[in-house]
Design a protein around this ligand. Structure first.
Ligand SMILES: NC(=O)c1ccc[n+]([C@@H]2O[C@H](COP(=O)([O-])OP(=O)(O)OC[C@H]3O[C@@H](n4cnc5c(N)ncnc54)[C@H](O)[C@@H]3O)[C@@H](O)[C@H]2O)c1
Length: 246
C-alpha cells in the first residue's frame, strides 16, 4: 500500500510516517506538509498538488482548513481518502461529503477502536438510564487547537442518536441549574496529555463512568492505517469506525 501522508510534518504525521516505514507491506508515496520545502528525492512536498506520482490512498492529519483542497486533489486523482483531521467547519464537512460522491472517504474524529467501543457503550448506557445527567470531560495536551475535542463531540453525537432531545452545553459558565436535556462538555488542556475522555452518567442513586485513555499517539496512526486498508477498493461513499466494526 503506497500512502500519501498529508500533514506529515506534524505530531501525528510523524508517528504515522514512522509506522509506515516500519511496515513491510506499506510505503510512503509522499510526505506533504505546509512547513516542508519541496524535495522530491526525499519525498517531501509543501503542497499536495506538487505530487503527481503513484499512490493507493491519502491519509490526512493536518488542519481543517486544508480539507477542501485535499478533497479536490483526492477526487481529481480518484484516490481513497482517510480524513483524521478534526475541527471541520460545516463547509469543510460539506466538501468531504461532496468528495464522497465519487471516491470512498473515511472520516472519524477518533481513529481508535477503544473510542468506537466507548461510543457504543455510551449509547447503551444512555438508553438504560434515560433520566441520567450526562457530563463529558476531555483532557488533551497544551498544543491542541480545537475545543472541545472532536472525540468529545463524537461521543455526544453518539448519545444524541438515542436521546435526540439532547443539547450540548460546552464549557458551562452561566448562572443557573443544568437542564435535563443538556450534555455538559468540559475541556482541560495541559502538558503532554495524549487524550482522555470520560462520560459520566449520574442517576442520583448511582453513577456510571465510561473512560478511555490514549497512552500514545500510535493508536490513532494504527487506526488510520486500518481505515486506509479497509477503504481501498470500496465504492464511493462516507465511511466511519462503525463500518469497520461491521
Ligand atoms: N482522528 C484522530 O484519531 C486524531 C488523533 C489525533 C489528532 N487528530 C487531529 O489531526 C490533526 C493534526 O494533529 P497534530 O497533533 O498532528 O497537529 P500538528 O499541528 O502537530 O500537525 C499538523 C501538520 O499539518 C500541517 N498542515 C497544516 N495545514 C496544511 C496544509 N494545508 N497542507 C499540508 N499540511 C498542512 C502543519 O504544517 C503541521 O505539520 C488535528 O486536527 C488533530 O485534532 C485526529
Amino acid at each position: 500500500m503506497k500512502i500519501i501522508v498529508n500533514g506529515a510534518g506534524g505530531r501525528m504525521g510523524t508517528v504515522l510516517c514512522n509506522l509506515i516505514e516500519a511496515a513491510p507491506d506499506k510505503e510512503i508515496a509522499a510526505r506533504v506538509s505546509a512547513e516542508f520545502t519541496t524535495d522530491a528525492a526525499k519525498q517531501l512536498y509543501q503542497s499536495l498538488d506538487e505530487y503527481t506520482g503513484d499512490a493507493d490512498c491519502i491519509i490526512d492529519f493536518s488542519n481543517h482548513t486544508a480539507v477542501p483542497a485535499l478533497c479536490a486533489y483526492a477526487v481529481r486523482r480518484q484516490l481513497p481518502l482517510v480524513i483524521a483531521t478534526t475541527g471541520l467547519t460545516e463547509a469543510e464537512m460539506a466538501a468531504a461529503a461532496d468528495a464522497a460522491k465519487t471516491i470512498p472517504v473515511f472520516r472519524s474524529a477518533n481513529m481508535s477502536l477503544g473510542v468506537a467501543l466507548v461510543a457504543c457503550l455510551a449509547k447503551i448506557t444512555a438508553k438504560a438510564f434515560p433520566g441520567a445527567d450526562i457530563e463529558i470531560l476531555e483532557k488533551h495536551h497544551n498544543q491542541k487547537l480545537d475545543v472541545p475535542s472532536g472525540t468529545a463531540l463524537l461521543l455526544a453525537d453518539a448519545i444524541k442518536t438515542v436521546r435526540p432531545e439532547s443539547t450540548y452545553n460546552i464549557g458551562r459558565h452561566d448562572y443557573g441549574k443544568r437542564t435535563k436535556e443538556e450534555i455538559g462538555i468540559h475541556s482541560l488542556r495541559m502538558g503532554n496529555e495524549v487524550g482522555t475522555h470520560e462520560i459520566i452518567f449520574s442517576m442520583g442513586s448511582q453513577t456510571v463512568t465510561l473512560r478511555h485513555e490514549a497512552e500514545s499517539r500510535a493508536l490513532f496512526a494504527e487506526g488510520a492505517l486500518s481505515a486506509a486498508a479497509f477503504l481501498i477498493g470500496k465504492a464511493p461513499g462516507t465511511y466511519s469506525m462503525d463500518d469497520i466494526f461491521e
